[in-house]
Design a protein around this ligand. Structure first.
Ligand code: LLP
Length: 471
């Protein structure tokens, strides 16, 4: 059976890619990066680079990151806030989606701030040259060292719980450093539900994150009493990830303005509201996320209207998307190797990576789509299951993928792998992590070196007595 290609490639000569079909499409609505094309060798090209050539040059598996898609998504967020919000705004990139020097440097160059979730992410963001004043540190269990690192770097701490509030006051009492009062925001859990996978839902009341809104009076009273140590500039909430509905964020924005009003009654002047991230992306044809603009606009409207009704000045409005900025900007190219056909049951095709470079299918049962980069317009005649190379039966990247007939050495490209793939990658089975290249205008620049076997044992220690072959 010949079926329509998931990217929209239908047959030779009549190629369309979802990416450049619609006017004003947001990168998060496209399966492929927006610069994707099929060249006259019938091969997929991203950022003007032939994917087969990239694999020859850099090896596989290979993360291929399209600079144009990432910059376009950054600009769409930034410009939509400028267009629809009368107050100040700041878009932050939730770098947990993919934190490395080059990605932090690109988003910072687009005037985005950066949300970091650990000392390690903070360190990387700072080393990339990003401005610390636009960095916000999260986590529900920041260590004292992380708190000190953040404060001394000049970034804002998004306080998650009582333990952190108390630790900051203790630290303030102890060291009298110039970073006092600490610039903080308070993270609250709004009790707003949205339809997404249970593990990636964070805004419901039963969550490990943030203060319970019922504790608001106590929290504001504490902050107000300790203003010499705590400079509370804002309120934060994040309700979940891979969300297609727009209503939950509008409800959130309205609830947050109510919190802001309450803070004022405690003499706390809230200047910033951060509505978190969460906008979804297209992983499969039937996914239909709103565009970036469609997501931003109603949030701005709700904040403006609610503030106007309450006679409040407009706060600086922040959001912190991760997936919708980077998810569809990247594909992973693998080389096809072994295959196994179980007659009447299933055909497996194995690739040279798997759950170590993309743990999302095994963790969240996430569904991906793939194309064969060197046979872009070949008819899709096979239904196959794409297996990784790990010693684990669940190491399946895609069940029932529609592909053309393949042979070993063909290049399989899995789409939409920019978010939470590299950042959640592992060395399971001691597979070295893949390289990553940034592509733009026909040039590919290495942004992550492929790990080597030496890298794998870099932190191993062999106690001397084990080297003596003692019985
Ligand atoms: N802000 C906070 C406080 C967050 O916890 C997150 C994501 C974001 C922003 C960014 O959300 P996004 O725009 O990317 O949806 N590993 C899971 C996703 C976990 C999301 C964690 N928090 C996955 O692979 O689907």
């Amino acid at each position: 059976m010949v079926s329509t290609h998931p990217t929209g490639v239908q047959s030779k000569g009549s190629i369309y890619l979802l990416s450049n079909q619609k006017e004003n499409i947001s990168p998060n609505q496209s399966l492929l990066p927006i610069s994707a094309k099929v060249n006259d060798r019938d091969t997929l090209e991203i950022g003007g680079c032939d994917v087969s050539t990239l694999v020859k040059q850099f090896g596989s598996p290979l993360y291929i990151l399209d600079e144009e898609s990432l910059r376009t998504a950054c600009r769409q967020y930034r410009d939509s806030f400028k267009q629809y919000y009368k107050g100040e705004s700041q878009v932050l990139y939730a770098s947990k989606a993919w934190n490395c020097l080059a990605v932090c440097a690109i988003v910072a160059s687009e005037d985005l701030g950066i949300d970091v979730a650990s000392g390690g992410e903070l360190y990387t963001a700072i080393k990339s040259g990003a401005n610390a004043e636009k960095i916000y540190l999260h986590s529900n269990n920041k260590s004292r060292e992380e708190l000190i690192f953040a404060a001394e770097s000049g970034c804002t701490i998004v306080v998650d719980n009582w333990h952190e509030l108390n630790t900051l006051v203790e630290l303030g009492n102890e060291n009298g450093s110039s970073s006092i009062p600490y610039r903080i925001m308070l993270r609250l859990t709004p009790g707003i539900d949205c339809h997404t996978h249970d593990y990636i839902r964070t805004g419901q009341l039963d969550s490990k994150f943030g203060f319970d809104p019922n504790a608001l009076d106590d929290v504001f009273a504490f902050v107000s009493k300790n203003q010499s140590f705590l400079n509370c500039v804002g309120l934060h909430a994040h309700i979940g990830s891979q969300i297609f509905e727009r209503q939950p964020h509008q409800d959130l924005a309205a609830v947050m303005v109510e919190w802001l009003k309450k803070a004022a009654t405690y003499g706390i002047d809230i200047l910033e509201l951060n509505v978190g991230g969460g906008l979804g992306i297209r992983y499969i044809e039937s996914d239909d996320p709103p565009s970036i603009e469609e997501w931003v606009k109603p949030i701005c409207e709700v904040v403006e209207k609610t503030c106007q009704n309450a006679n409040l000045p407009l706060p600086k409005l922040l959001c912190e998307p991760g997936r919708s900025l980077i998810g569809t900007t990247c594909v992973t190219a693998y080389s096809i190797g072994a295959s196994k056909e179980i007659p009447g049951i299933r055909k497996y095709i194995a690739v040279d990576g798997g759950m170590s470079d993309n743990p999302r299918p095994i963790t969240y049962q996430s569904i991906y789509r793939a194309v064969v980069a060197n046979k872009m317009s070949a008819p899709l005649t096979e239904t196959v299951t794409i297996a990784g190379k790990h010693c684990e039966s669940g190491d399946i990247l895609i069940k029932d993928a529609q592909l053309p007939l393949t042979k070993p050495g063909d290049i399989l490209v899995v789409m939409g792998t920019g978010a939470y793939n590299y950042s959640m990658s592992s060395n399971y089975n001691r597979l070295p992590r893949p390289a990553a290249v940034l592509v733009a205008n026909g040039e590919a620049s290495l942004i992550l070196q492929r790990e080597s076997y030496q890298d794998l044992i870099r932190q191993d220690c062999l106690p001397e007595r084990l080297t003596k072959n003692e019985q």
